[in-house]
Design a binder for this molecule. Structure first.
Ligand SMILES: NC(=O)c1ccc[n+]([C@@H]2O[C@H](COP(=O)([O-])OP(=O)(O)OC[C@H]3O[C@@H](n4cnc5c(N)ncnc54)[C@H](OP(=O)(O)O)[C@@H]3O)[C@@H](O)[C@H]2O)c1
Length: 266
């Protein structure tokens, strides 16, 4: 029995550029016709999409390492989906692929821009996480940029986030002497300890420097994996041993309104 192919897709568009924290009225759900497949293209039914910090920057109309989203147009970003029709010799119907047209149910994708997702090895969603961009960021940042080596003591900020949680786990698996993480709530601190971090603290509980010194002890740290910048970076530099290395992955704390740093009282 053949199933009729989708001829249109629902998609999320940028309705207006947010100022500060994005709100739901900055986005709109719309229906859009799907173009007929050309040679080399595939039709993908998206299963999972990724929402990443860099997307907030793309909502601003400023020059950056990736182009801004256009107002009135669908957003895009990493997604994993099933090929439901193919005019590409590289992909068959039923294959699961990783591509960059998220924020919609169906996408017409150039076959050359889609990567097979080996769902016999891992769940499809893992190709947006540990086996995708966040995993590559964590792995290459730790091993290539920070030149991690077994025996290093590692401090990770934003440690409960997508990248940070992987950095800590990779460091532990590869022989770190100690892995310390900072995060923004008691529940996240508990989760880091469950993941195998040796120590973790909530940066709302006091100056980062004091908490980091206590967590690191006299051995200090050899590697700092920075997702946050600001006070975290200053504290890490103060505790870093001679010959220490820093991977500057992100500075999410520098673009966040100051009131984000206060824990809600209710
Ligand atoms: N995802 C990628 O592949 C990728 C690639 C290149 C660079 N990066 C960069 O890596 C960093 C982390 O990305 P991610 O994908 O792991 O993001 P994520 O999963 O969204 O985690 C980010 C975490 O940062 C913490 N945070 C937010 N504001 C903060 C502040 N003012 N001070 C301290 N912590 C704050 C929050 O955790 P708490 O609640 O614990 O504060 C948040 O959950 C970002 O700077 C991003 O730009 C990511």
């Amino acid at each position: 029995m053949s199933t009729a192919l989708a001829t249109s897709t629902r998609e999320i568009r940028l309705a207006s550029r947010p100022v500060g924290r994005p709100a739901s009225d900055n986005f709109e759900l719309a229906e859009s016709p799907l173009p007929a497949l050309e040679d080399g293209q595939i039709l993908v039914r998206n299963l999972f999409m990724s929402v990443d910090p860099y997307m907030r920057g793309r909502m601003n109309d400023v020059k950056s390492y990736s182009a801004p989203f256009a107002v009135g147009k669908a957003l895009d970003g990493g997604a994993v989906g099933e090929v439901v029709a193919s005019r590409s010799s590289a992909h068959q119907e039923g294959d699961v692929v990783l591509h960059s047209l998220g924020w919609r149910e169906y996408a017409v994708v150039d076959g050359a821009a889609a990567t097979p997702a080996r769902t016999d090895l891992a769940p499809a969603s893992a190709f947006l996480g540990a086996l995708g961009m966040t995993g590559l960021t964590a792995y290459s940042g730790l091993l290539k940029v920070a030149e991690f080596k077994p025996g290093d003591a590692v401090f990770v900020s934003g440690a409960a986030g997508a990248v940070g949680s992987l950095v800590g786990q990779i460091a532990k698996a590869m022989g770190a002497s100690r892995v310390i993480g900072s995060a923004g709530s008691p529940a996240k601190v508990a989760r880091l300890l469950e993941l195998g971090f040796d120590a973790a603290f909530d940066y709302h509980d006091g100056p980062v420097l004091d908490q980091l010194q206590k967590a690191a002890g006299p051995a200090g740290i050899d590697v700092y994996f920075d997702n946050v910048g600001g006070e975290h970076l200053e504290a890490a530099l103060a505790v870093l041993n001679v010959g220490g290395r820093v991977a500057m992955c992100g500075a999410i704390g520098s673009t966040t309104p100051p009131n984000r740093l206060r824990r809600p009282t209710t």
